[in-house]
Design a binder for this molecule. Structure first.
Ligand SMILES: [Zn+2]
Length: 468
């Protein structure tokens, strides 16, 4: 039995008794009323439950009118219910079903659809299409009367995130005078877009602190249908363009919003509201946050990551930032020392290689394969060799990756870029450069020697001994 504020003599379905007294007047209401009444447009003195509109539309149409009663509008906590099939059809994958009542929330207003089971058949998606709520199932359902069960973990998560959004949006109005212009509930984050290009750290802190203070105060949340005439006096956070009665969600003495989603009954159930990310998107500030179980899960993940780093350094959690900073400084110092040593090594090695190389037509040719050397070292070596005198340098590294570096003295004719493509093909890589200096990287390290030999052959085929 559900009581309605207006008492009268009408009585509806067996499932529940609704006593009402309503007026039918010419005029305009919402889209739904116009559709239900067919060619007639009706105005009601007060907003009424969907069941009443359904009965009225059926009377006007002279037969049953197919309209689903949205149980989630009245009770977000309803997890199990019975329903009757109004319509069903085969779909490309599975089956589409319309019920006379449903507690499954369809994707709308930034909130994703519910999941669950209808008489043993899993729901894949719930969508709203022209006043019909369509349940896409993995297969056909048996019989007319169905047992419906909501995936409560998913639904309650949506209720926590969605109510948290109302609170955080109002907190930004109060802490930063910024309005929410967009809302999206993703699988990981919930985001709101604020009409601000940027926000200070202080504004973010203040909004988060205020939002959580409202959570801790465990304020009641009221949902009511408000007649159109009374909407202007509500002081909605964001104006609504809807006609007719409005579903209004009020966080007591804090926020009033028009919303068709599912919410918790008290702010304490939100658990906590944690801002995790701030980005700039289309001249707006996008705030990524998590509430309830999601914030707990995020905190657990963060702790695991931090603990893993702390274990690596054998320090306590609180000492990690200082230890990482120290490590960065040490690495910088070592890199610098390594560069100095590499330059020295390159100079010594260049002298040796240059001295050993055969001189032909006033030019030396140096070909050298290394097991594993960084390209940076090959460059240093090539520079050191060129500074020794006229030469052509062919260097390669066959480590985890293949690397080639060819160089020649400026005064020599020819273009090293001409011999590079065939060598790149051998090492299955790509490269480029200038006439006198080219380099390439590839994934086939086993062919680096062949690539060096090929480069040498091409050079030797030119009688002058220089390149191409
Ligand atoms: Zn809402």
């Amino acid at each position: 039995m559900r009581n309605h504020p207006l008492q009268g003599n009408q009585c509806s379905s067996k499932r529940r008794c609704v006593s009402i007294n309503f007026l039918v007047l010419p005029g305009k209401l919402g889209t739904k009323t116009r559709v239900w009444a067919g060619s007639r447009t009706c105005r009601f003195a007060r907003p009424l439950p969907d069941t009443v509109y359904y009965r009225l539309a059926s009377d006007l149409a002279g037969g049953p009118f197919l309209m689903t009663e949205k149980l989630y509008y009245h009770d977000s906590y309803l997890r199990q219910f019975e329903a009757r099939v109004v319509k069903s059809a085969q779909a490309a994958q599975g089956c589409e079903v319309v019920l006379d009542v449903t507690a499954f929330y369809p994707t709308s207003g930034g909130q994703p659809h519910d999941l669950g089971v209808i008489s043993g058949m899993r729901i894949q998606e719930v969508v709203e299409r022209e006043d019909e709520i369509i349940h896409r199932l993995e297969g056909p359902v048996p019989g007319e009367r169905l047992e419906c069960q909501i995936d409560w973990e998913r639904r309650f998560d949506h209720m926590q995130q969605h109510t948290g959004q109302h609170v955080l949006s109002q907190a930004f109005v109060r802490a930063a005078k910024r309005n929410t212009v967009g809302f999206h509930m993703g699988a990981d984050y919930v985001t709101i877009d604020l009409d601000a290009e940027s926000l200070s750290a202080q504004q973010l802190d203040e909004a988060e602190r205020l939002a959580n203070a409202i959570v801790f105060e465990n304020r009641p949340i009221h949902v009511q249908i408000v007649p159109e005439a009374e909407v202007p006096a509500l002081g909605l956070r964001k104006e609504s363009s809807r006609e007719g009665p409005l579903r209004v969600v009020r966080v007591e003495d804090f926020d009033v919003s028009a919303c068709g989603g599912t919410h918790v009954r008290h702010t304490g159930e939100i658990g906590s509201i944690v801002i995790r990310k701030v980005e700039r998107v289309n001249q707006q500030a996008r705030i990524g946050f998590v509430c309830g179980r999601r914030s707990l899960a995020a905190q657990q993940r963060d702790l695991e990551s931090l603990a893993a780093v702390a274990r690596q350094f054998s320090v306590g959690l609180g000492d990690v930032p200082a230890r990482v900073e120290k490590q960065i400084q040490e690495t910088r110092h070592l890199r610098k020392a390594l560069q100095t040593k590499n330059r020295m090594l390159a100079r010594l090695l260049a002298k040796e290689l240059y001295a050993q190389a055969e001189q032909r037509l006033g030019c030396k040719r140096i070909k050298q394969l290394f097991e594993e050397e960084e390209v940076e070292f090959l460059k240093l070596l090539a520079q050191a060799l060129l500074s020794q005198g006229n030469c052509v340098v062919l260097l390669g590294s066959a480590g985890t990756q293949a690397a080639l570096l060819f160089a020649q003295s400026d005064g020599l004719p020819g273009d090293l870029r001409h011999i590079l493509p065939a060598c790149c093909e051998l090492i299955e890589g790509k490269g480029g450069g200038m006439r006198t200096l080219v380099q390439a990287g590839g994934k086939n390290a086993s062919q680096v020697q062949q690539a060096l030999d090929l480069a040498e052959q091409r050079i030797m085929s030119v009688n002058s001994g220089s390149v191409l």
